[in-house]
Design a protein around this ligand. Sequence first.
Ligand code: MN
Length: 218
Amino acid sequence: MGKGGQQKGFLMAKITLPDLPYAIDALAPHISKETLEFHHGKHHKTYVETLNKLIAGTEFEGKPLEEIVKTSSGKIFNNAAQAWNHDFYWHSLAPKAGGEPDGVLGEAIEKKWGPFDTFKTEFGKVAADTFGSGWVWLVQTPDGGLDPKSTSNAQTPLTTADKPLLTCDVWEHAYCIDYRNKRPDYIGAFWNIVNWKFAAENMAKGAAEESTKVRKAG
Ligand code: MN
């Protein structure tokens, strides 16, 4: 970096497009290289670029993306939340993933839904019922339980008390190349590449803080 970059206010850190956490063809055949080229290389990139234009010269310039999502509204919120949601979505997927989660997450799913297939059916219903463009999430609610939740457009659990564990993008651009208009087929494929390791890591994040709080309170 040149000397100028270290001068305060000279070069504000921009929001950058994160790389995919895997190769562009790594999710095929479930999600094709062509879909990822458009979805990451065009859609996600455009949200990031538009956001940088919108925040230039505002109070949001130079702030972390998560903070912008939590404190903005209107166009800035829409583009910031879409940028954050997409990064979270890429991490919710992984090559050679899928299957059933074990450990604390697996137990929490079993406690709420019983057989794993029942959970998949319920999550699929929420995806099918998400009208128009949106996202389906597995979240942990403040009482510690799990819930599938649907959000419209750019809305995200990041602005709520719920902790997002994983997400599936159900905007049509996420599946129209590979599945035309068949959202249920895309959700079916999602189970082959869902990244339970990422969801378990997200679940563990707050848990450590909460147990510290409990210890301090006791
Ligand atoms: Mn998308």
